[in-house]
Design a binder for this molecule. Structure first.
Ligand code: HEC
Length: 137
């Protein structure tokens, strides 16, 4: 009986860790152009962007948030350019550019500590991720 309990706990723990989203990947920005697969590029994007997307509805942002936005903007600028290496045509590239432009806008918003502009850029980035996934993933 006890063995069954321990086994089922172990299985639950394994399933929970598998269900926890894409692998964490924090490739240094300088090495992003060297990434070999689109999965690695995307895992970096999710690792960087997902925690910032959770702040879209925040009432205001702290200096720590703006610092995180600056880092995310630099990283997503690099990953979005790298995404075009695996081009699937003009529409795909345009969505990678859209993500890139919104990441640059996030960097500017963070430098100016402009909350409304940061929100708009984060929303624009999230929309670009979703649009490309619904069309090409
Ligand atoms: C220009 C198109 C495009 C954009 C923009 C884009 N993605 Fe992707 N993404 C893809 C494609 C294509 C795949 C499927 C890759 C494969 O498995 O071949 C994918 C897969 C993924 C995966 C699964 C990776 C894995 O380990 O299998 C994650 C996570 C992801 N994207 C996150 C993001 C996030 C976060 C953003 C926005 C910050 C984003 N993507 C923006 C095209 C895009």
């Amino acid at each position: 009986m006890r063995l069954i309990l321990i086994l089922s706990l172990a299985i639950t723990a394994t399933l929970a860790s598998v269900a926890c989203g894409p692998p964490i990947k924090n490739t240094p920005v300088a090495d992003i152009p060297k990434l070999a697969t689109i999965e690695e590029v995307m895992d970096n994007q999710a690792t960087t962007a997902d925690p910032e997307f959770k702040k879209i509805d925040n009432e205001s942002y702290t200096d720590a948030d703006y610092a995180a936005f600056t880092t995310a903007a630099e990283r997503i600028s690099a990953t979005s350019l790298k995404t075009k290496d695996v081009t699937k045509g003009a529409e795909f590239d345009a969505l990678a550019v859209k993500l890139h432009d919104q990441a640059e806008a996030l960097g500017k918003a963070a430098a100016a500590k402009d909350a409304a502009a940061a929100k708009a850029a984060l929303s624009g980035m999230k929309a670009a991720c979703k649009e490309c996934h619904s069309k090409f993933r």
